[in-house]
Ligand binder design. Structure first.
Ligand SMILES: Cc1ncc(COP(=O)(O)O)c(C=O)c1O
Length: 473
């Protein structure tokens, strides 16, 4: 059995190596199953299995009645250009649409491409749940007590310990535990703004941030943002001169939906610029651990010397969104955020916080992150190849180096809200572009999640989207 398994891998290895060396070129026919079976002295079924592997990897393709050919490398679509949002502050009105989209996607989609949910089938999630279950059986009255702000000390210690990997050296006293990253964002926004104030955001921006801005009666100023480098610093500088901004909300590491990563030099520049202007930076760091190229990048807060950066994050994208474990490291606003947490929800859920603390104190989280990163990176590659194959030419797609989301620009005539409805009717959820803008921009964009659906379903979803986009042009 083992020998047979090795043999079919040898078949695949030989073809892969010939392709790598250029001895077999894209579009060239490879030996038939029978020829290969004779050449390597293995059974026909072994060759069929080996070729199956190569088909899965898209090294070769099968042409009906003709045989197997080396697959031509797909030309991946180019990313969209820098965004050009409205140049003045606007009141935000995305909440209704956001609620509709989130509810419809959750209940109606066989192929979930529309959410920002991570995969939760990793062994680490089971480990975390086991810890929770064993805690629940422990007769410890402290586990049924209020977990008062700033929150579970052991969890704050773990957050502070791990923050050093982001270049953020803080004590547990500087951490406030929250109900997910969204609550951290809301509390930080409330700490530094009053209704009617203006907040600058990247564009496109996470619709949760837009909803928070809307619910707090704030105005949003969208700043042009490049899908690779992030928010334009010259544009932000101009905005700071022109408008009385009270905060800037950004995701310097793998933003939602663009997936950009700011360089360290630009992060340092950003922090210095906002420090000079005395405008706080609310940094959403929720995707930073999902870097495809190894260790997580430094947070912008690593350059913060005055407590002007309020860092927000959670375990939702890397481990388990259902546990609602988030936190803020609010710099000089720690006391205000702690107070706001108390007046908003009095305390946090005690059992999940203790379970998360014990989980993070164990040794498995880094290993878990390594498997998530490599799984998502592989998915990103498959997604980009499938997008190239199934979406019509003229679509532009970001090529994220972390996270789980792609931002797709459709031909101008395609209305992404209409596409969203037609795709949902065929079981595919998408997140339409206008959700990500304060001023209703991005009518011909969609955000797609490439981590959640299995590859076969993702391919089916992209095939359906490709058809609908062609119809909608
Ligand atoms: C950028 C960003 N921040 C925060 C969140 C929400 O995090 P949490 O589930 O921890 O509240 C999301 C979820 O989609 C997100 O994309």
């Amino acid at each position: 059995m083992v020998e047979e398994a090795l043999r079919y891998e040898q078949v695949a290895d030989q073809v892969r190596e010939q392709v790598r060396l250029g001895a077999l070129r894209p579009g060239e026919r490879i030996p038939s199953v029978r020829q290969m079976s004779r050449r390597l002295g293995v059974s026909v079924s072994t060759v069929v299995q080996g070729y199956g592997l190569l088909l899965d990897e898209r090294v070769i393709e099968a042409r009906p009645q003709s045989g197997y050919y080396v697959q031509a490398p797909v030309q991946r679509p180019a990313p969209p250009g820098i965004s050009r949002p409205q140049a003045h502050p606007v009141a935000v009105t995305v909440s209704q649409l956001a609620l509709q989209v989130v509810q419809a996607s959750r209940h109606g989609a066989r192929i979930p491409l529309g959410s920002a949910l991570p995969r939760t089938d990793f062994p680490a999630v089971v480990r975390l749940h086991r810890i929770l279950a064993s805690l629940a059986r422990r007769p410890d009255p402290r586990l049924a007590d209020y977990d008062m702000p700033p929150g579970n000390p052991a969890l704050r210690h773990q957050v502070a310990r791990r923050a050093a990997e982001a270049g953020v050296v803080v004590s547990a006293d500087e951490v406030v535990i929250t109900n997910g990253c969204v609550e951290a964002l809301v509390l930080c926004l409330r700490a530094v703004t009053r209704p009617g104030d203006t907040v600058a955001i990247e564009s496109p921006a996470f619709f949760g941030t837009l909803q928070s801005i809307e619910s707090l009666g704030l105005k949003a100023l969208e700043i042009p943002t490049d899908p690779r480098q992030g928010v334009s610093l010259p544009a932000l500088k101009l905005a700071l001169e022109q408008w009385p901004l009270k905060a800037v909300v950004l995701s310097p590491n793998f933003s939602n939906p663009l997936g950009y990563r700011m360089s360290d030099r630009r992060k340092a520049e950003l922090v210095a610029l906002l420090e000079r202007a005395r405008v706080p930076l609310i940094e959403d760091d929720v995707y930073a651990d999902l870097n495809y190229h190894g260790e997580r990048p430094r947070a912008a807060k690593a350059w913060d010397r005055t407590g002007n950066v309020l860092l927000c994050s959670s375990l939702s994208k890397t481990l388990d969104p259902g546990m609602r474990i988030g936190w803020a490291i609010p710099g000089r606003h720690t006391e205000t955020v702690t107070h706001l947490k108390m007046v908003t929800s009095l305390a946090g859920p005690t059992l999940p916080a203790q379970a998360a603390a014990e989980y993070l104190a164990g040794s498995g989280h880094e290993r878990h992150l390594r498997s998530v990163r490599s799984a998502y990176r592989e998915r990103r590659d498959r997604f980009l190849d499938l997008a190239a194959r199934h979406l019509p030419s003229g679509c532009r797609v970001t090529q994220p180096e972390g996270g789980m989301l792609a931002w797709v620009e459709l031909p101008e005539a395609v209305d992404s809200l209409d596409l969203y409805r037609r795709a949902l009717a065929r079981g595919v959820s998408t997140a339409p572009g206008p959700l990500f803008s304060a001023s209703g921009r991005y009518g011909n964009f969609v955000r797609l999640n490439y981590a959640q659906a299995e590859v076969a379903l993702m391919e089916e979803g992209l095939t359906i989207l490709g058809e609908l986009i062609r119809e909608g042009r």
